[in-house]
Design a protein around this ligand. Structure first.
Ligand code: SAH
Ligand code: F3S
Length: 468
């Protein structure tokens, strides 16, 4: 009766929320299972950023509802962004739902499930759908539970919730609410706990991380609250690498650029959402920067860290995007040279300003533009990966690769995926790896005989002799 399968759609933030829910449920005596067929309870943690993501979750719920015919005690819940976006209107389509929980109420899931379970056991009235979609003060402080039995070499840490911007295409301000941040102390404590349990890399998560603490925490020595936070995390022993996602080009200032020079654990990869290379479209999107400003940030970063890696988010087919606008995006995308990108076809989100705009772009055109950018991306990524052949890279070994006996998977500081042969005991080690081969997405390397010496960016390179 207490086996829960938790399925996550969407971004890293959702993954992190699901992890925290799973940890809280375990603590409450539920067991988390790896497949819906083994479960008494299925919870879908949903995404609302694009229609496709919503349709997937709705389809899945409809399919799962069939289980109720054989087993009336089977419980289905929808959590997160789609719950928040669509609210109780979802019940018209999905009357079998037992639970609907919004983005500020993840920490209430164990209580709600307990309640439903008690009712099913006949100790209470059979529940209607339990709906909890309200805002809650302090909910940003609730996503901090981790499962102590599960060692994560690389872990996400949620530093803030919500977004105060109003990009005209985006539903996130509606689903995630106003911006609220956790305290530096609280975040550092969580990172320390993670380090003690074996975590070596943390990725700090927020909708716009560089606006972290802008209202609550004063600048210190010309440094923004976000840079102060990274500095504090940089001090945590046992943590070797720091990443964050996503910053906004607005507010990507010199203090953050210099952090890449000054903080050895901050990895030389930045995910900086561009959305469009046309200033006209950026304006229509209500993105307060220009392509020139974006280029300047990239140049400033490359001036400090010549081997910086860049990834981005792009939307193709935003309303009013002409052939000329797209050419500007294409040209700029090529110019910057992104190693990784999420390229989205614009999806109409009811209630956002862009949904009402004229000149919606036909689906086929969006598809074509998507393909053009994907090809540029593949070429660039392959070229950058090939350039690493013959070099020795610091690789953080994350664990066994999905495919291949005795093969390990890890990442370079630039966030390139590496596979290499070695002992699974190497998980969590930073090893020197010589790159032998490269595809668009993956580098193949071998452990080198000895570490290539400590570069200033590298706090500890270790090679386990046993693994050689
Ligand atoms: N601030 C967040 C953005 C969250 S949404 C961040 O920077 O990580 C993630 C991405 O989804 C956005 O950057 C955008 O590229 C894409 N996106 C958002 N709304 C969209 C829509 N209506 N259609 C297509 N893509 C969208
Ligand atoms: Fe969405 Fe723009 Fe915020 S993309 S999450 S409204 S910065």
């Amino acid at each position: 009766m207490n086996r829960v399968y938790l399925k996550t759609y969407g971004c890293q933030m959702n993954e992190r929320d699901s992890e925290a829910v799973a940890a809280m449920l375990r603590k409450r005596g539920y067991s988390i299972v790896g497949h819906e067929n083994e479960a008494d309870v299925v919870l879908l943690n949903t995404c609302a950023v694009r229609d496709q993501a919503e349709q997937k979750a709705i389809g899945k719920t409809g399919y799962l509802a069939k289980n109720k015919r054989n087993n009336p005690d089977f419980v289905i819940g929808i959590l997160g962004c789609m719950a928040q976006n669509r609210g109780t209107e979802l019940l018209d389509r999905l009357p079998d739902l037992d639970l609907l929980v919004g983005t500020q109420k993840f920490h209430r899931v164990p209580d709600h499930l307990d309640h439903i379970m008690a009712s099913l056991k006949g100790r209470g009235p059979h529940p209607q759908t339990l709906v909890d979609l309200d805002e809650e003060d302090g909910s940003q402080n609730t996503i901090r539970a981790h499962n102590p039995e599960e060692r994560r070499i690389s872990a996400f840490v949620s530093i803030m919730q919500g977004c105060n911007m109003s990009c005209t295409f985006c539903i996130v301000p509606k689903t995630r609410g106003r911006e609220r941040c956790r305290s530096i102390r609280d975040i550092v404590e969580e990172v320390e706990e993670l380090a003690a349990s074996g975590t070596r890399e943390v990725t700090l998560l927020g909708q716009i991380v560089n606006s972290y603490g802008r209202r609550e925490i004063p600048f210190r020595n010309g440094k923004s609250p976000f840079v102060q936070l990274i500095e504090a995390v940089n001090e945590v022993k046992g943590i070797e690498r720091i990443r964050f996602t996503s910053p906004h080009p607005r507010g990507f200032k010199q203090d953050l650029i210099e952090a890449y020079r000054d903080l050895p654990k901050l990895c030389e990869h930045v995910h900086l959402p561009l959305q469009s290379g046309s200033n006209k479209i950026l304006k229509a999107m209500n993105r307060p920067y220009s392509r020139e400003r974006y280029r300047q940030i990239v140049e400033d970063l490359r001036a400090i860290v010549p081997d910086m890696y860049f990834s981005t988010d792009i939307i193709v087919g935003f309303p009013g995007e002409t052939e000329g606008d797209f050419e500007l995006t294409q040209e700029f995308f090529q110019e910057i040279g992104f190693e990784m990108a999420y390229i989205f076809k614009y999806s109409v989100r009811t209630g956002t300003p862009a949904a009402e705009m004229d000149d919606q772009v036909p689906k086929t055109v969006k598809e074509e533009r998507n393909q053009v950018l994907l090809q540029i991306l593949a070429d660039r990524s392959l070229a950058r990966n090939r350039a690493l052949i013959g070099t020795t890279q610091e690789v953080l070994v994350e664990g066994p690769a999905r495919k291949g006996e005795g093969i390990l998977a890890g990442r370079t500081r630039g966030n390139r995926k590496v596979v290499l042969a070695g002992d699974p005991e190497l998980a969590g080690w930073l090893v020197a790896t010589r790159i032998e081969d490269a595809t668009v997405s993956t580098l193949r390397g071998i452990l080198v005989e000895k570490a290539f010496g400590k570069s200033p960016r590298c706090t500890s390179i270790m090679v386990s002799q046993d693994a050689l």
